[in-house]
Design a protein around this ligand. Structure first.
Ligand code: ATP
Length: 326
């Protein structure tokens, strides 16, 4: 952590220096109101599960906007435990970029609802801005994003669900730059199914086995971490003592995890489109080709990186640069 702070501080100095030398002398007089407004600026990276939001945020934070700090807006990742099951970005992948509200709450003690998130994340934004950082809000829970950025938030309202959802407000309490990392659903579904297999292989099964074995599934809040995809789907498997049924029950559980993950992705895209229709200026960047390349058996990693760089990173950098200059 000491190491991270040091890196953050030095890159912050570099950033300020670059900004200062580009400043027009004529803008100096008008600096005071401008800086105040600039200090309320946040970048929000939206998108379905698996679309590459974390990857993009680290690319932006490590190479282009080095004063960035990330605030997690995934409603399952705010809790401790089940790091693989909920797909938290690992320490290594974070590359020293500060992350907030990630694995920060005890899932047996608390449920973080959108109204809690509004308070927690806005306090974090204020802290980041006070150290002259750029807050990047990263995560797929659109109800969290909505509660955070809207000027007035009514905890009773629901703009996404039900037969007669409340109207979408597009009055914001921050200057927001919304970026939507989009992957067309058939391609994303194919990737998600593969990702579930990889997650299971890389320790998700052991993680859940321990979780059920120690009885934690009985102590986490049902309306909190208890809803994470993987828990209800594999509960039956971990209860099965009869060996002959185990494989069948397991395969059925995995099938349901894949199914529910694809359903989640589809719902998330639906919510983003609802916000867009409600007047939110959401800039879409298309990561479909990069994901096609990931899936193509013959393509090397180099080609994937090249497509990702050109079509997702460069586009996003343009959008954020433009936003910071406004
Ligand atoms: P709403 O509150 O309207 O359901 P939301 O945008 O707040 O929408 P989502 O992020 O879409 O919430 O999550 C909805 C459900 O999807 C969660 O309750 C959980 O079952 C599952 N889910 C979401 N993120 C994860 C995750 N990282 N790991 C596992 N399951 C998840």
């Amino acid at each position: 952590s000491h190491h991270h702070r040091f890196n953050f501080f030095t890159s912050f100095l570099t950033f300020r220096w670059v900004r200062c030398i580009h400043m027009e002398p004529t803008t100096t007089a008008a600096l005071s109101p401008n800086t105040r407004r600039r200090h309320r600026k946040i970048v929000v990276i939206m998108g379905a599960t698996g679309a590459g939001k974390s990857r993009l945020s680290i690319d932006l934070a490590t190479r282009f906007f080095k004063n960035s700090e990330i605030i997690n807006s995934d409603k399952m990742q705010v809790y401790r435990r089940l790091d693989i099951t909920t797909n938290k970005i690992t320490m290594q992948e974070r590359r020293g970029v500060p992350h907030h509200l990630l694995g920060a709450f005890d899932p047996t003690q608390s449920v973080v609802n959108p109204n809690d998130f509004r308070k927690l994340a806005s306090d974090t934004i204020s802290d980041i801005i006070s150290r002259r950082g750029l807050p990047l809000i990263v995560g797929g829970s659109n109800s969290f994003i909505y509660s955070l950025v809207t000027k007035r938030f009514d905890p009773q309202s629901d703009v996404f669900n039900g037969t007669n959802p409340d109207p979408v407000s597009s009055e914001f309490r921050y200057k927001c730059c919304f970026i939507w990392v989009d992957v067309c659903l058939p391609v994303l579904n194919q990737y998600l199914s593969k990702r579930v297999d990889e997650m299971l292989d890389s320790g998700m099964l052991e993680e859940l086995s321990e979780f059920f074995g120690s009885g934690e599934h009985l102590t986490v809040k049902r309306s909190g971490l208890g809803q994470a995809i993987g828990i209800p789907e594999l509960e039956g498997y971990f209860r099965t003592v009869n060996g002959t049924d185990a494989e069948k029950v397991y395969n059925e559980g995995v099938r349901r995890i894949k199914d529910n993950t694809c359903q989640l992705a589809k719902r998330q895209v639906g919510k983003i489109l609802r916000l867009k229709d409600g007047g939110w200026d959401i800039k879409r960047v298309d990561a479909t080709e990069a994901f096609r390349a990931v899936m193509a058996a013959d393509s090397g990693g180099g080609r994937v990186a090249e497509i990702w760089e050109k079509q997702v990173v460069e586009e996003s950098v343009k959008i954020v640069k433009q936003f910071l200059e406004e």
